[in-house]
Design a binder for this molecule. Structure first.
Ligand SMILES: [Zn+2]
Length: 322
């Protein structure tokens, strides 16, 4: 009986590490997770993860054979196979995770950051199938980005290309402080946290009534602001407009850098659809250099939020020989 080839897609997050067995068409044949935060030592974590992967693979009904392991993780470096100085994971400094993983298997192990994995996932399984030049922007607690140029994901000299979340949208010393220690980064405006920060600023400057005025910064989240905006709350709508506007300005620059066919938005904020897409489109178009106007598609990701991380990580293996 012929065995079905699967790649293991592994998404390492601060709380959970989720993995799935993905065939070349993007079907997930089985999925499991372990608690990342339980493991202070990377060697112990990798051993536990590998054991759980083997155990789970035995429960899958299809007769499978694993062809490789793709890993998406914050600060994942594909050139070196390392996770470097992640603020959210339990392991400090430079962690040689591909080498440690390699002690358990001779199969290929590829690691990159989660936004790059999302971009490869969009190319292999999502809306960017057949495209050679596109950008994926992931909008979560922060803002990540992956650039595909001439059909290849751009990694850069040190493996960290495409960090537009930490390019300045408002340069200057009096601007919003970012978690990276700098000021005025795009991520401080265009992310779930940025949306909250803008909401409070708009609230402070406006006399308009809003049900959100009762809530503290800790109580607010993007979903609450979204629900208020849908019900017509002026302040909530303004917060989305402002967020989309800042994104649109930056995307006009992004287009000038790489001349993409499309830009895909992925993640929680992208689910707000028109609230974020309309202003982003408008301000991108207004600020584009003439030669690009009307030519760049701004699209929602075609990967579901639930599966994207595992699909994206597995696609690192499936795209290996392309
Ligand atoms: Zn920053």
């Amino acid at each position: 009986m012929t065995k079905k080839e699967v790649a293991v897609g592994i998404d390492i997050g601060a709380t959970n590490t989720v993995f799935g067995f993905v065939d070349s068409l993007g079907n997930i044949l089985g999925e499991e997770r372990i608690k990342t935060s339980q493991y202070d030592e990377i060697e112990v974590f990798v051993a536990a993860l590998y054991e759980k992967i083997l155990l789970t693979s035995q429960k899958i009904k299809d007769n499978i054979t694993i062809v490789g392991f793709g890993i998406g993780a914050p600060m994942g470096n594909i050139n070196k196979g390392t996770i470097e100085y992640s603020a959210s994971l339990p392991w400090k400094g430079i962690v040689p995770i591909a080498e440690i993983f390699g002690r358990h298997t001779n199969l290929p192990v590829i690691i990159t950051n989660d936004a790059n994995a999302a971009a490869v996932g969009e190319m292999v399984f999502g809306g960017a199938k057949g495209m050679t030049d596109f950008v994926v922007i992931t909008l979560g607690t922060g803002l990540g980005s992956g650039f595909v140029i001439n059909g290849k994901l751009v990694y850069g000299h040190d493996g960290f290309a495409g960090e537009i979340g930490h390019t300045a949208i408002r340069p200057g010393p009096s601007n919003r402080e970012c978690g990276c220690g700098r000021k005025g980064c795009l991520e401080t405006y265009v992310s779930a946290t940025g949306l909250k920060r803008s909401l409070l600023k708009i609230m402070a400057d406006s006399m308009e009534p809003s049900e959100l005025r009762k809530l503290s910064f800790e109580e607010l989240d993007a979903e609450i602001i979204y629900n208020a905006a849908i019900k017509g709350d002026y302040i909530a709508k303004m917060a989305f407009t402002h967020t989309g506007m800042m994104l649109g300005f930056k995307l006009a620059d992004v287009v000038a850098h790489t001349n993409p066919e499309a830009i895909f938005l992925f993640g929680g904020l992208a689910l707000a659809r028109d609230l974020i897409f309309e202003p982003a489109k408008q301000y991108m178009e207004e600020n584009l250099l003439g030669i690009y106007k009307g030519k760049v598609k701004l699209l929602p990701s075609e990967l579901s939020i639930q599966n994207a991380a595992v699909l994206g990580a597995s696609s690192l293996i499936w795209s290996m020989n392309k």
